[in-house]
Ligand binder design. Sequence first.
Ligand SMILES: CC(C)(COP(=O)(O)OP(=O)(O)OC[C@H]1O[C@@H](n2cnc3c(N)ncnc32)[C@H](O)[C@@H]1OP(=O)(O)O)[C@@H](O)C(=O)NCCC(=O)NCCS
Length: 165
Amino acid sequence: MENKSTDSSGDQTRAAKNGFVIRSFQLADLDQVVSLENVAFAESAYGRFDFMYLLWRARDGFLVAKKEEKLVGYVIATGEGREGLIQSIAVSPEFRRKGIADSLMRSAIGYLAKFEEIYLLVDSNNTAAISLYHKFSFRETGRIRRGYYRNGADAIEMARANRDG
Ligand SMILES: CC(C)(COP(=O)(O)OP(=O)(O)OC[C@H]1O[C@@H](n2cnc3c(N)ncnc32)[C@H](O)[C@@H]1OP(=O)(O)O)[C@@H](O)C(=O)NCCC(=O)NCCS
C-alpha cells in the first residue's frame, strides 16, 4: 500500500518552494499560535494554558510552519505506549491550499514513526481535514463520540498503522 507520509519528496519541496519553513515550537511563537487558533477554531479554540500543557506533552512534536516572521500553521503530535496522536493542526485561512498542512502532517508522522498506530479525532463535518487525513492513509475506525465538540458536532476517530512502528 502506498504510504505517502514516508515519501518526503513532493510536498516538502512544494512548501519549501513557497518559502515555508517547518520547525519546533518556541515560546516566542505562543501569541501567534493562540491568534491562529482563535481564527481556526472559534469557540472551541485552545487557550494559552492548553498550549503550555500540550507543549509539555508533545515536546518536539509541537511544530510550527513559518513564512519569514509570520506563523502560518501548527501541528501537535504526542505519543504514549503503542499509540501516537495528532492532537491538533491548523493553518491560517489566507495560507490554506498551499501544502502547509501536508508538510506539517508529514513532519508530525515522521516524529511519531516509532509508534505502531497513530490516532486522531475530527469533526464529522470537517471535510477538508478528513480529506487531509485520508491522504495520509488515516481511515475511520468506526468509533464515534457523539456531541464531542462544543457546537454539538460528533467526533469521528481515524487511525493509521505505521509500518516502522
Ligand atoms: C484542514 C487544514 C489544516 C488544511 O490545511 P491546508 O494547509 O489548507 O491543507 P493543504 O493545502 O496542505 O492540503 C492538503 C490536503 O488536505 C485536503 N484539503 C485541504 N483543504 C481542503 C478543502 N478545503 N477541501 C477539501 N480538501 C482539502 C486535500 O486532500 C489536500 O490535498 P491536495 O492538495 O492534494 O488536494 C485547514 O483547512 C485548517 O486549518 N482548517 C481549520 C482547522 C481544522 O479544521 N483543523 C483540523 C482539526 S481536526
